[in-house]
Each structure stands twice: as structure tokens, then as C-alpha cells.
Design a protein around this ligand. Structure first.
Ligand SMILES: [Zn+2]
Length: 220
């Protein structure tokens, strides 16, 4: 009788499994930009661009959430078996800081990226290590962490972990606290700020994020 042996290899032999969660859905689309574009469309665009760039010439296995409607349950269940789960977003500011004088919500008071982790995630320590590595790479590649971190601390649901790296704790973020793997949420830029919105549209910006993410996971 012949036996077929199924060999279960550890992750490092199979490559790194990265899951890119597309923040929000078509119906609950998140923020509105300074050109009245929905955040969800920027999140889709960034996720698909990163997947294309990262899967070329790399041993990183990149999966993304399907474009379209999805429940939170469906979203964090997709983190199961992943080495890292990254939820992609684009930020706004508090309502009181927004101007509508040009028709679309605009604010110049905030700019830059930010990263959120949750202490309720079962892999919090590992999540924070990845968040710090990623932030360091983004900065090394010329991006800046969010400029209004003091304003952010006025929101009671978050705690500043490292203002120089743009990292915050936000324990009750559903996709992070229920994720079955190390996880962080990335706000790529502040799309109510016209300068940031222009920046996040560019291919160069997406290449920097891909390069930083690649370095971050390859330090394992
Ligand atoms: Zn968002």
C-alpha cells in the first residue's frame, strides 16, 4: 500500500502571506476628499496597485479583499492564516476643522500618514513591531507621519504610541481586534487636504508604500 505524505511546511518556506484589507465598502464609503471623491475608491485603488507591485518579483503572497460589499465578519475572517493583515484607508479630520467653501470638504491642518494598532488583537506585540518597521521605512523613503497628532489625542478612543512614527493605539477598531493574525490599519494620507490628495493619487507614492511594506515584511 502506498502512503502519500502531506508535508506541512512552515510559512517562511512558502513565502510571506500578506492580506490587504480594503477599508470600507461602496455603501459605507468612509471619508469624502477635497475633490468630493469617496475614500473607498482610493482604498481600492491602493490595494490593487500594491498587490500588482508586490507580487512582481517577490516571494510575498498578496491577497486582497474582493471589491464590493462585505461585512466586518467576512473581513476579519480573511486574516486567518495570514502573516500580516493590513487594512488600507485614507484619512479626514474632525468635522469642526472642515471647510466647505469650495463645495467639497477641505482642511489644510493635517497631512501625512498614520498607523493604528489594537491592544485587543491577540498578536499585539507582533503587530506593533510590523507597524514600527513600516513607519520607519515610509519615513526613510521620504513620507511624513501625520502632522496633527496633538489633535488626534483629543479623540478619546486613541492613544499616541509614537508621534515621530505616526503610530496610535485604537483598541476597539473591529478589523484589528478581531483579526486572527498580526494586524495594523494604515491611513495613507489626509484626503481632505488638497496637497495630500494629489500625493496619494500618484504612482510614485504607491511605489514608495509598496517598497516600504516589502522591506517591513522581509526583515523577518
Ligand atoms: Zn477609512
Amino acid at each position: 500500500m502506498k502512503f502519500i505524505m502531506i508535508l506541512l511546511l512552515p510559512n517562511f518556506a512558502l513565502g510571506f502571506n500578506l492580506f490587504l484589507d480594503i477599508g470600507h465598502t461602496p455603501s459605507a464609503y468612509g471619508a469624502i476628499s477635497s475633490t468630493c471623491k469617496k475614500e473607498y475608491s482610493y482604498n481600492v485603488d491602493l490595494a490593487l496597485s500594491l498587490k500588482t507591485i508586490l507580487t512582481a518579483n517577490s516571494d510575498i503572497h498578496v491577497a486582497t479583499r474582493d471589491v464590493g460589499e462585505s461585512t466586518f465578519n467576512e473581513r476579519y475572517l480573511q486574516s486567518s492564516g495570514q502573516d500580516l493583515f493590513v487594512s488600507l484607508h485614507h484619512d479626514s479630520v474632525q468635522q469642526t476643522d472642515l471647510s466647505h467653501s469650495h463645495g467639497c470638504p477641505t482642511a489644510g491642518c493635517a497631512s501625512g500618514f498614520s498607523i493604528f494598532v489594537s491592544k485587543k488583537n491577540p498578536y499585539y506585540k507582533q503587530s506593533l513591531i510590523y507597524a514600527k518597521r513600516f513607519a520607519n521605512q515610509l519615513i526613510k523613503n521620504g513620507l511624513k507621519p501625520i502632522s496633527n497628532h496633538l489633535k488626534q489625542t483629543h479623540k478619546k478612543d486613541r492613544e499616541v504610541i509614537d508621534p515621530f512614527l505616526g503610530i496610535f493605539d485604537m483598541d476597539d477598531l473591529k478589523v484589528l481586534k478581531h483579526a486572527k493574525s498580526p494586524a495594523f490599519l494604515f491611513e495613507a494620507g489626509v484626503i481632505v487636504n488638497p496637497l495630500d490628495e494629489n500625493r496619494v493619487k500618484s504612482e510614485y507614492f504607491k511605489k514608495i508604500i509598496a517598497k516600504s511594506l516589502k522591506k517591513c515584511v522581509q526583515e523577518n
